[in-house]
Design a protein around this ligand. Structure first.
Ligand code: IMP
Length: 431
């Protein structure tokens, strides 16, 4: 029996989909523990291109079971669409996918409220995915949320829906009359309820059963540590806890049962949406990285902001997650970039800051202090062993390890599973 948490240690989009897919071969159960259909995990499998938003990428591995944990917010419409998409591509989902009955639902009015907040926020706009994630989590902690168990019970559901619509009515006016909004929700309700029911389970019990059977369980985060509502660049964050600590809250796994944490980290940095990004490149090189790395949001298609590797942010993330291991992705995108710059500290008004600050003004004003390393030339794609990498690529990796205080267990050089170098390490989960 062992458990592994795969977590993003930047601002999301680190390439977790591929890594989870690779390591998922060893897992019996793959669990998503936070976020919702704001995520976009891209996986190439059997020569086909899949983008998953809500369902753990383990679903693409035949025979694996997958659980959407209680920490996830589930839009039943989006879930039905994703299941149909997978089934249309001959992926068997029934009997393999389970949804915790304590997960909260996203309904149409959550999406409306997300758009409303963003449209009215002016300069304070967060750049959300507008999928209703924040409003659904707000209801959860405000104790007015609707859980899957409530959704499945028509009496409870209707009472909660009416109460919530009444409460939110002053804000919802712009989107139609309350009666109209209620009718739209109810029109789909019965068929969605019947569709959802067979997938619903007691999540903690399912995980506990897997542990008792000595199964391997992989926990897959969405987004990244710098988007964590507690440890990220608040308020420019998502509304959940992608960090490894979120696993226990978002799935019911006991804290004493986390064995390993693998941080997924890109060889440079990207961020979608608004908010501080100290190492952002707004020049031609930023554009080059975007084009080469195909840095466009998998969920919204928005161009991602690109920049140099930020060792201050990643060190902060490694520490919070206890990520003893890293999977370094997209190293190939840096081919021919010379020099390679790494932010090792920040400077604000002449003062040196070595650790990631919580003060939003410091985050915004932080000017990176860079260390330059020589770049590497030529194509590295297709290389199979660490020793084949150019010496400057290896130097870059080894310097990153030192700066962020973690060990690189694997390096990804492309989207397919073959384009992965496994370092001779003690990391127990082998791709
Ligand atoms: P929300 O999660 O839709 O509320 O968006 C909050 C912030 O998180 C925005 O900056 C989004 O762009 C960002 N975000 C949400 N999901 C992802 C993701 O999967 N990858 C990268 N950024 C994300």
């Amino acid at each position: 029996m062992s458990t592994l948490v795969v977590v993003g240690v930047q601002w999301g989009d680190e390439g977790k989909g591929k890594i989870v897919h690779l390591l998922g071969q060893q897992a019996d159960l793959v669990v998503r523990y936070q976020g919702g259909n704001n995520a976009g995990h891209t996986v190439i499998f059997d020569g086909k291109h899949f983008v998953l938003h809500l369902i753990p990428s383990g679903i693409l591995q035949p025979g694996k079971q997958c659980l959407i944990g209680n920490g996830v917010v589930v839009d039943p419409v989006a879930l039905r669409e994703e299941i149909s998409f997978l089934e249309s591509r001959r992926v068997r989902v029934k009997g393999r996918l389970f949804v915790s009955d304590a997960a909260h639902v996203i309904l149409a009015y959550h999406r409306y409220l997300d758009c409303l907040r963003e449209d009215n926020a002016g300069q304070g706009k967060i750049g959300t995915t507008r999928r209703g994630i924040g409003p659904s989590y707000s209801d959860k902690v405000g104790r007015t949320g609707i859980r899957i168990a409530d959704y499945l019970n028509p009496d409870v559901f209707k009472t909660l829906l009416d109460r919530n619509l009444r409460e939110k009515s002053p804000l919802l006016k712009r989107f139609g009359s309350l009666e109209q909004i209620r009718r739209d929700v109810m029109k789909k309700y019965e068929s969605l309820r019947r569709f959802l029911a067979p997938y619903v389970t007691n999540g903690p019990l399912m995980i506990h059963g897997a542990m008792e059977r000595k199964h391997q369980v992989l926990f897959e985060s969405a987004q990244g540590t710098m988007l964590d509502v507690d440890f990220g660049t608040y308020p420019y964050v998502t509304s959940s806890n992608p960090v490894a600590g979120g696993v226990c809250i978002g799935s019911g796994l006991a804290p004493t049962l986390i064995d390993e944490v693998l941080g997924v980290v890109k060889a440079y940095t990207t961020r979608v949406g608004e908010g501080p990004f100290p190492t952002e490149l707004t020049d031609n090189l930023g554009e080059t990285l975007r084009q080469r790395g195909m840095e466009f949001g998998a969920t919204t298609g928005r161009p991602r902001r690109c920049g140099w590797f930020d060792a201050v942010a990643v060190r902060h993330a490694v520490r919070i997650n206890g990520a003893r291991w890293l999977a370094l992705t997209k190293l190939d995108v840096l081919e021919g970039v010379n020099p390679l710059r790494i932010a090792v500290a920040y400077r604000v008004k002449g003062k040196l800051i070595k650790e990631f600050p919580s003060d939003r003004q410091l985050q915004e004003q932080a000017e990176p202090v860079y260390e330059d390393l020589p770049g590497f030339e030529g194509s590295i794609r297709g290389m199979k062993h660490y020793g084949q990498l150019p010496v400057n690529a290896r130097r870059y990796i080894e310097r990153l390890e030192k700066l962020v205080n973690s060990k690189v267990a694997m390096v990804s050089l492309g989207r397919s599973r073959e384009e992965t170098i496994v370092l001779d390490s003690k990391f127990p989960w082998k791709p």
